[in-house]
Design a binder for this molecule. Structure first.
Ligand code: UD1
Ligand code: MG
Length: 406
């Protein structure tokens, strides 16, 4: 109806205003707060400037704490308006706030204490607890049309499936179109939070990339939300749009200071914070599959990184590309690989090489397109992110209808 359309646009306008305030506050506060983190030694060397006079400079780290804190304030303000019109959503909103807040805190401890790798998987799991414990939404998923006959026809298979995957219930009345994952759904949600946070953190290392990718993904999510505002699940999308507008404002404030040449580093604080924000909207907005479509570069980067992440081949502390001071360009970084131990890596043309390029999409881009400046590399990767998100929307709006009925 007209009045509700009016109400929705009023709310969106309010979120936009809050977002602009978030941007301004973040932009103004970072130059102040960075002196304090620097004073406490929470800083890092810019590894992409080695061999230049910028090498010696300590860059303040963990500045993600600023957009994170401002975001929490923005969302608390936005909550006032949202909760009066959608009181049932208050529990969702509070648990979302609590999880993001928890993640921000744990991310900051990572920047200060430098947790070993295995801990990084535990932190998001812990932070997603408030979200999971308060979750009272559906734990069912819609089954692709092509799979439904399988679930219905083969009784034996279904029974076997039920025994193997205890807790899973096929809704017999819905012709196999809906499967209740029960407790497995909680596992899925927890894993989504772990994936989103770490995927952003390991697709990083050049100025502007962490915040840049988050900004592009958030814009895609917001676009998707706006398209869905008047659908049956419009309320969920308004909820997500509220979170995304604040997030985009605060992130842009940080990006201004993190863009090449970076004045501040965002730290694990920001990577975890951003990942958790995406996890929260994906879960509570019930569009986690669409969300994952926007994460294509991160998924590729994760899959490609598996040999190094799981220590099948060595993984150095830093895998970010190497700066060549003579040319002023970035080139792929490598790791030392003992030829006799890792024979399978020698399938490529360099049969005797013991130096293998680190397995990240950032390095792969440099291998394919050749060396380029840090700023250009970031622009190229962000362009790839935009293309991936556009592809994700294409899949969601045109291809998904062949697998799912609307
Ligand atoms: C992850 C990556 C690591 C990458 C690092 C930097 C994996 C398994 N881990 O580790 O390969 O090198 O992020 O993003 O893939 N830095 C820069 N320029 C930047 C951003 C960061 O030089 O634009 C350097 C700074 O020295 C900064 C440090 O990276 O202090 C931050 O690294 P940190 O976030 O602690 O690394 P991880 O997240 O553990
Ligand atoms: Mg990091």
């Amino acid at each position: 109806t007209n009045s509700s359309t009016q109400e929705i646009s009023n709310q969106l306008l309010a979120y936009l205003v809050i977002s602009v305030i978030g941007y301004t506050a973040t932009d103004r506060l970072i130059p102040v707060i960075k002196n304090y983190t620097l004073r406490k030694g929470i800083s890092g060397k810019d590894l992409g400037k080695r061999g230049t006079k910028l090498e010696e400079k300590s860059i303040p780290e963990a500045l993600g704490i600023v957009p994170g804190a401002i975001f929490l304030i923005c969302l608390t303000l936005a909550l006032v308006g949202f909760a009066t019109s959608h009181p049932k959503k208050l529990l969702d909103l509070n648990s979302a706030l609590l999880s993001v807040c928890f993640m921000l805190f744990l991310g900051f401890t990572d920047d200060v204490l430098d947790w070993p790798w295995r801990y990084k998987l535990i932190l998001p799991t812990v932070a997603s607890l408030p979200l999971l414990c308060c979750y009272n939404g559906s734990t069912s998923i819609v089954v692709p049309i092509q799979v439904r006959p399988l679930l219905m026809q083969h009784d034996a298979l279904t029974t076997l499936g039920k025994i193997l995957c205890f807790f899973i219930v096929v809704d017999e009345n819905a012709n196999g179109s809906i499967v209740n994952l029960g407790l497995w759904y909680f596992l899925y949600m927890g894993m989504l939070a772990v994936f989103c946070t770490n995927a952003i953190n390991i697709y990083a290392g050049i100025n502007g990339l962490e915040v840049g990718q988050s900004f592009v993904i958030a814009s895609a999510v917001l676009f998707h939300n706006l398209l869905e505002l008047h659908s049956d699940s419009g309320e969920n999308h308004l909820f997500s749009a509220m979170i995304m507008t604040s997030f985009i404002g605060c992130s842009l404030g940080l990006l201004k200071h993190n863009w090449y040449p970076a004045q501040v580093f965002v730290g694990d604080t920001y990577c975890y914070f951003a990942g958790m924000v995406f996890g929260v909207v994906g879960i509570l907005g019930h569009f986690s599959k669409t969300l994952l479509l926007f994460f294509i570069p991160q998924v590729l980067n994760f899959l490609y990184s598996i040999p190094q992440l799981f220590k099948i081949v060595p993984c150095p502390r830093h895998r970010l590309p190497k700066f060549n001071a003579e040319t002023g360009l970035m080139q792929p970084s490598t790791f030392e690989c003992k030829a006799h131990e890792y024979k399978w890596l020698k399938w490529g043309k360099n049969k005797n090489a013991t130096q293998v390029a680190n397995m990240t999409v950032v390095n792969l881009t440099l291998q394919i397109l050749g060396p380029m400046s840090e700023e250009r590399l970031c622009v190229v990767l962000l362009a790839f992110q935009v293309l991936s998100c556009a592809f994700g929307l294409l899949v969601r709006y045109y291809i998904a209808q062949f697998f799912f009925d609307k």
